[in-house]
Design a protein around this ligand. Structure first.
Ligand code: ATP
Length: 246
């Protein structure tokens, strides 16, 4: 993929700018990068805190695939981010919480938000939004997120630039994406499973705060859906979407 980087000081949301550019015909590989976001978004219109020091970017893709597979791009991006962070910080502490968070010893250092637009023939474009807390100061993390969110520079004492993290993520994403297009999800999911902190964990599945089930996360299937089994051995499978894991 030909990568074309477009830098901004401040955007409301890189996903919003990328979606507008894609709708205007921007090519696959276009990357919208902002030093700050004033209205960074998570899933379900949640806010993503985006002060200076973080890495905020959205990558435009135009995969010729079944739209039902588009959600796998979230998992693919998670592998690229977790592997990039572990490589750059020489650690194995970055792990993936299904489906879209990168955690560092249990606290979130990255959120991923994938969105897709369809046309008559399939996917018109997908936008993969990534926010990484590369070098946020401790005081930049709001009080209600202390204990939930973490900054890589604070956790590691190492200064890696957002640009360096961006380049490493994109390099890995590009390789994973080519492999995914050619061979399907299996090789990517194999790497995802190795990085997961969800598999084997006790979890609660919430839909808008309402508990749908609790049990052990036992598997991620060939499509990327999560299987959860309760103590009685009864199992349910959840696609990405509206649910949250706790
Ligand atoms: P859930 O854990 O319920 O599945 P999520 O992890 O998918 O949700 P998103 O909707 O992707 O969450 O992201 C928004 C959430 O991330 C916010 O509700 C907040 O808890 C948390 N958050 C916001 N800004 C940051 C940040 N800079 N770093 C880490 N976490 C953040």
């Amino acid at each position: 993929m030909d990568i074309k980087l477009c830098f901004y000081d401040l955007l409301r949301s890189t996903n919003e700018t990328a979606a507008a550019a894609a709708a205007e015909g921007a090519a696959e590989g276009t990357v919208i990068v902002a030093a700050r976001q004033s209205g960074g978004r998570g899933r379900l219109t949640r806010h993503f805190v985006s002060p200076e020091g973080g890495l905020y970017f959205s990558l435009i893709l135009r995969p010729a695939i079944d739209p039902g597979c588009a959600a796998q791009l979230t998992l693919l991006a998670g592998v690229a981010v977790a592997e990039a962070v572990n490589y750059l910080y020489e650690t194995d502490k970055a792990q993936i919480k299904w489906p879209n968070d990168i955690l560092w010893q249990g606290r979130k250092v990255c959120g991923i938000l994938s969105e897709a637009a369809l046309n008559e023939t399939g996917i018109d474009y997908a936008v993969i939004g990534v926010g990484v807390n590369v070098a946020l100061k401790a005081e930049d993390i709001p009080a209600d997120l202390q204990g939930i969110a973490a900054s890589l520079s604070v956790e590691t004492g190492r200064e890696v630039t957002p640009r360096c993290v961006l380049d490493e993520i994109l390099r890995r994403f590009d390789d994973l994406y080519e492999e995914w297009l050619q061979k399907g999800a299996a090789p990517m999911l194999e790497r995802w499973r190795r990085l997961s902190c969800t598999l084997g964990a006790q979890v609660r599945v919430l839909d808008d705060g309402r508990e749908l089930c609790r049990g052990t996360a036992v598997a991620v299937d060939a499509r990327g859906a999560l299987q959860i089994c309760d103590e009685q051995g009864s199992c349910k499978t959840f696609d990405f979407g509206e649910i949250s894991l706790r």
